[in-house]
Design a protein around this ligand. Sequence first.
Ligand SMILES: Nc1ncnc2c1ncn2[C@@H]1O[C@H](COP(=O)(O)OP(=O)(O)OP(=O)(O)O)[C@@H](O)[C@H]1O
Ligand SMILES: [Mg+2]
Length: 470
Amino acid sequence: MNGGETLPPRAHLLIVDDEANTLASLSRAFRLAGHDAAVCDNATKALELARAQPFDLILSDVFMPGKDGLTLLEELKSQGVTAPVVMMSGQAHIEMAVRATRLGALDFLEKPISTDKLLLTVENVLKLQRLESENRQLRHRLGKHEIVWKGEAMRRVMVQLERVAASESRVCILGETGTGKELVARTIHERSPRASGPFITLNCAAVPGELIESELFGHEKGAFTGAAGRHVGKFEQANHGTIFLDEIGDMPLSMQAKLLRVLEEGEVERIGGDKPISVDVRVVVATHRDLESRVREEKFRQDLFHRIYVFPLVLPPLRERRDDILALVEHFAAQVSAQNGWKPVPFTAEAMEALQSYSWPGNVRELRNMVERLMLLASDGKVDLATVQLALPKNSVGGIVSSLSSSAGLAERVQGFEREVILAELKHSQQNVSLAAKSLGLERSHLYKKAEQLGIDLRAMRRRQEQPQD
Ligand SMILES: Nc1ncnc2c1ncn2[C@@H]1O[C@H](COP(=O)(O)OP(=O)(O)OP(=O)(O)O)[C@@H](O)[C@H]1O
Ligand SMILES: [Mg+2]
């Protein structure tokens, strides 16, 4: 928690008015109150400024030569400028105030402006924004974004996490699927000085290559076929906060070059835009891939690698930190009970032992789904060894797979094991890929990739499944 929460935050304002005297007296009043203000005497210039840099508040006159304040307000909103706008006018009438409010103005002040009233309005707007961001933080916390751990391996990770969260360093989170990369990224943001800012995520593997650029940097109306309106990209949305680029190892090479430029210059350019926009964003990335070998294979740019690989945080797979399993089972069991309004369901010691010795290819996500399944399968009000044996893939309790030749090497045996587990799960779910993915604790796209590596043709299975049954 930071102790400065009760202090009024220093705000960056933009004042738009055609009268030099008004600009001078208002900006002085703001400076005396500890804020800083940029001034501008016409709407066209104001729009340019507001698009180029983020303001905490824009204060604009209505009547000005050229474009008037209400048109400015309309254009600010339609161009995706999110700063709150307060209008002021010397010839205010109620219809004008109503129109301004409809267009999205937060308040309407009559001239001559009383400095006290103006400052109060500004403080209120800023307070509202702060409440909104606190609200966002609270929602995150209530959303059970809590890292549960017990053993030495995760203790080391948590020490590193605390240290790096407090800094502005770029972080690269590495780990297999389901090890908690996204949870860790969110926690870094929440424990950082940027916690009250936004946390924005982009999964580079889930967005088609040709759309990533517009997702990240935004586009202007008509920038390409299908760009019907303006779109504010994730980098701009993440201003003063953190952007989390998930599965960065899967980013297409052409995009990597563009990302590199943004990281070097701290500016983004919307597609079809004519000016760079400066952004203040902390970058956290994650991947389940081995980035160094992607670099060797020339699938990942070396220069980008060095830019993002500032602080690597490695999340060990669950099978290498079995001492966390008990705490995680208890955590998820309590969570599932609370969500469903169930009475707590105890796990017997034998059941826990079996869960601790399983290999968990889907890591913590698989464990969480398994706990829920076990609680549904529980008989006599408890989860015992029989329940676990029923729920875990066949032959996996004890970690020994009988059907594999002992002459195979480790990698081969592990692959064979993974193949068996996936096939068993697909059989269990009657070839329903989504269901199988869910109970393995994998995302569908991951199951597809994994199956492909292991020579299982999921697409053919799906086609068979989609054929009309007679
Ligand atoms: N240590 C932990 N404590 C509590 N919950 C955890 C922990 N690790 C992971 N989880 C939970 O497990 C699920 C999977 O975690 P997350 O999505 O962060 O994994 P991931 O590494 O990003 O996986 P993927 O590579 O598949 O995207 C989430 O619901 C997350 O909240
Ligand atoms: Mg993830």
